[in-house]
Design a protein around this ligand. Structure first.
Ligand code: G3P
Length: 219
């Protein structure tokens, strides 16, 4: 399972990269705005900065147009920024048409805002490189986000769809483990959720005991 970090914060992206486990980055307009990145040129420059940190990993950059021509125009510009850019397109009718267009042109896409198996089927049929089912936002309205991942893994397996399942809206370390159990291809996570995987009280207690025993024996 690949690990992407879900942020536009360059320090957090560097920290994840330095940990040695980073396979890519996803962003969205909310995450860009949170970092104060505004204005078209600043936004484009920021994507290039992210790509330069990530090395060979994929970086999802989201369009803000909702009409076919606008999505195509924006996606073309984004895809030309860097080889690692994946054009992130919303799961709407015009978005599905655009994904098919990009797929035919060899431009890679991430179909975002997936909340149902039917949407996942449409995106795969259109040739999306990735789909992003939002787990946490389903859990927020007392639906089962992990169950959606399981359903899509099953359906894609039935037909050998090549579209990768990129589980998004991850909120905690348990979501990551459950996605791995379900067979997600990628998880995109806030850095704290990734770092949360490190923690176990028995690890801390065991290490403290080893160090104390060493000190007692060696002075
Ligand atoms: O990649 C999508 C993700 O950023 C959404 O996460 O926590 O806003 O539901 P969240």
């Amino acid at each position: 399972m690949k690990f992407f970090v879900d942020t536009a914060n360059l320090d957090q992206i560097r920290e994840a990269y330095d940990l040695g486990i980073l396979d890519g980055v996803t962003t969205n307009p909310s995450l860009m705005a949170k970092e104060g990145i505004v204005g078209q040129q600043n936004i484009l420059d920021h994507y290039v900065n992210i790509c330069n940190i990530v090395g060979s990993g994929d970086v999802s950059a989201e369009v803000i147009s909702t009409d076919f021509e606008g999505i195509i125009r924006e996606g073309q510009i984004l895809s030309e920024l860097h080889n690692n850019i994946v054009v992130k397109v919303p799961m709407i009718k015009e978005g599905v048409k655009a994904i098919k267009y990009f797929s035919d042109k060899g431009i890679r896409t991430n179909c975002t805002l997936i909340f149902s198996p039917g949407q996942a089927i449409l995106a795969a049929k259109a040739g999306a490189t990735y789909i992003s089912p939002f787990i946490g936002r389903l859990d927020d309205i007392h639906l089962d986000g992990i169950n959606l991942i399981e359903q899509i893994v099953h359906i894609y397996g039935n037909y050998a769809f090549e579209t990768e399942i990129l589980a998004a809206s991850i909120r905690n370390p348990l979501h990551i483990v459950k996605c791995a159990e379900a067979g997600a291809d990628v998880v995109t996570c806030p850095l704290p959720s990734i770092l949360g995987l490190l923690k176990h009280p028995l690890t801390d207690a065991g290490l403290a005991q080893f160090l104390a025993d060493h000190k007692k024996a060696n002075g």
